[in-house]
Design a protein around this ligand. Structure first.
Ligand code: FMN
Length: 582
């Protein structure tokens, strides 16, 4: 059963709008997508949203060696020997730390800026996080909606919800489930990047989904996006439709809602594995409406004094790509233990927490470091979602949503020992191989990469030095050529949009961001470093492999190699400011 979808004519109009947005925001060799063209420093948006007047509940600042301890990085993916943590303020603190907290402060002269566990285009951090907490034994806070304040590492109580009504809302979920919401302040990215900013905000949502899923996995928790939901209900639950609380403050756009829950044995109780049961992918809109009628607290802060230019096209594409229909589906809980997908490269290596905390974007690469073919293949295996499996039996983090992969990788191999430099291609879903081959030039060789593990669809397309080409199409950024390899994420585009609807557009970027998040961490685990690349020349990328039209489109670039540190910058601890204030 689902609520009434918009008419065909309306849907067609929305589709045209998102496709128009996409085409209009391409970068071309001779013309970048529209933006201000300079940085309006006086109106740089505040990266920290606060709700003035809302009570702040500080979360405990946990040292790395304090409980809950995180498992070895590889073991976290396999969920082997990962103790299932109960939901408490301490474990939620760890969850939010690994998902959305500050990771460090950087200092150059008088300027200081914070970095976070989740990366963000231009470090502008449009993504805001929320929790909906029911009453849970051992969790000493009132049922309600909380906004995560990363600088304070605290929860701002936006609304108290009737505990009985929240119980009713959560009744169909596994015990001790909590909801996580993500929203975007588009203005933060638009301030710098103008019209292309909607793309970047959605990459960032994908990164945040990945960061949250992996944070949950360190605690023995599962996470699933409530993808059946319509966005109006998400906005209502998160209180971002409350004009009275936002006033002149920059709006937040409802992106997604997820449910997290413990899976395993907590205090003798077996949680989250009730054979045969389903996890619903939606909430009861009537209960959400009832909850939203409760007591709200706090007024959103204004992030920029003035907005020189307002980019209307971002509001338009955000509106056109809103998910309007509610689908009342569920996913079955796994009935048996899931077989491991990729064996860890370093089973007894760094902890997941260490890898998550040390993740950074490389600002430049040394042009020398190579990686082994085994490491390269291992990274490629990590991004295979195994979509033929039931959702909750897919490898982490691909169990987070119900979709088949729509993104494939066109890889510029520069320095991978055992592989000839050149252009390669990773098909992430074997069912798509012939579709992709047909959409690309017939002159590509499609030879399986030598030594490639069985089942991995990694092909060599062309031999040769691709360093200059990679730099050129990545907006002339050297990071695309000085690394061990870089790649373009190519999405099945127009066909998938026409099949699913305009709401699918942001999800293509979420998938790209999620994939990037996995590889940011894999790079750290392999002793190298990664950087996301949002700036690339769209059609010149397509021309490399002869893609014409809109069947397949590049959505994100990425690069991995041996980093060069910027020694002029000082690095400070993430929460030194809180310790000093005490
Ligand atoms: C979607 C996205 C696009 C990005 N694009 C670029 C880029 O084109 N060039 C670049 O040098 N860094 C790029 N970055 C890296 C960001 O600048 C970096 O994530 C940010 O400064 C925060 O630093 P951190 O990743 O070390 O936490 C991008 C990151 C993301 C998530």
């Amino acid at each position: 059963m689902s609520s009434e979808p918009p008419s065909h004519a309306v849907q067609g109009n929305y589709l045209d709008q998102v496709i128009h947005y996409h085409v209009r925001t391409k970068h071309h060799f001779n013309r970048y997508a529209r933006s201000l063209g300079y940085l309006d420093w006086a109106n740089q948006p505040d990266p920290f949203r606060r709700f003035e007047g809302a009570q702040l509940i500080p979360l405990p600042l946990l040292k790395p060696d304090e409980e809950p301890l995180s498992p070895a990085y590889g073991a976290m993916y396999e969920q082997i020997g990962v103790p299932c943590q109960p939901v408490s303020l301490k474990t939620l603190s760890r969850f939010l730390e690994f998902a959305l907290a500050l990771s460090a402060w950087k200092k150059a002269g008088e300027s200081e800026w914070a970095l976070r566990m989740n990366p963000s285009s231009g470090n502008l951090h449009p993504t805001e996080g929320y929790l909906v907490l029911p009453r849970i034994e051992g969790l000493d806070v009132a049922a309600g909606l909380y906004h995560y304040a990363p600088k304070e590492h605290g929860l701002e109580r936006r609304a108290e919800f009737q505990a009985d009504a929240v119980d009713q809302l959560m009744a169909a979920f596994p015990p001790h489930a909590v909801l996580v919401g993500l929203t975007s302040v588009h203005w933060r990215e638009a301030w710098k990047y103008g019209e292309r900013a909607f793309r970047y905000c959605n990459h960032d949502v994908g990164h945040a989904i990945g960061a949250a899923r992996i944070a949950a996995a360190t605690l023995g928790w599962n996470m699933v996006l409530l993808e059946g939901m319509d966005q109006d209900t998400v906005a209502r639950l998160l209180g971002i439709d409350r004009k009275e609380d936002f006033g002149e403050a920059e709006a937040e756009h409802a992106d997604c809602l997820a449910v997290i829950w413990p899976v395993g044995e907590v205090k003798g109780e077996r949680l989250g594995v009730r054979g045969g049961n389903h996890v619903p992918l939606f909430l009861d809109a009537a209960i959400v409406k009832e909850l939203a009628g409760g007591a709200w607290h706090g007024k959103a802060n204004r992030l920029s004094r003035e907005h020189g230019v307002h980019w209307d096209i971002i509001d338009e594409v955000a509106e056109a790509s809103r998910k309007l229909a509610c689908d009342t589906h569920g996913v079955p809980l796994p009935s048996s233990s899931v077989t491991p997908h990729v064996s860890p490269l370093t089973p007894h290596g760094a902890s997941a927490g260490q890898i998550i905390r040390q993740r950074r974007s490389a600002v430049s690469f040394d042009g020398r470091t190579s990686i082994s073919a085994a490491t390269f293949f291992h990274m490629m295996q990590r991004v295979i979602p195994c979509a033929e499996r039931a959702q909750l039996e897919r490898p982490i983090p691909w169990d987070v949503w119900p979709y088949d992969p729509a993104i494939h990788l066109m890889i510029f191999v520069h320095r991978v020992e055992g592989l000839t430099p050149g252009l390669y291609f990773l098909v992430r879903d074997h069912r798509k191989l012939s579709y992709i081959q047909r959409a690309m030039s017939s002159e590509l060789s499609w030879i399986i990469a030598p030594g490639c593990p069985e089942g991995l669809l990694l092909y060599q397309l062309l031999e040769g030095d691709a360093r200059k080409l990679a730099v050129q199409v990545s907006c002339h950024q050297d990071i695309a050529g000085d690394s061990a390899f870089s790649f373009g994420m190519l999405a099945e585009f127009e066909g998938s949009l026409r099949e699913r609807g305009a709401w699918w557009y942001p999800r293509l970027f979420w998938e790209a961001g999620l994939l990037g998040q996995v590889l940011y961490l894999e790079a750290e685990a392999a002793g190298v470093r990664a950087t996301g690349i949002g700036c690339f020349f769209d059609d010149p990328v397509h021309e490399i492999v002869g893609i014409q039209g809109l069947a397949i489109q590049a959505l994100y670039h990425f690069t991995i190699g041996g980093p060069v540190e910027d020694r002029r910058l000082q690095t400070l601890p993430p929460y030194g400011h809180l310790v000093r204030e005490k």
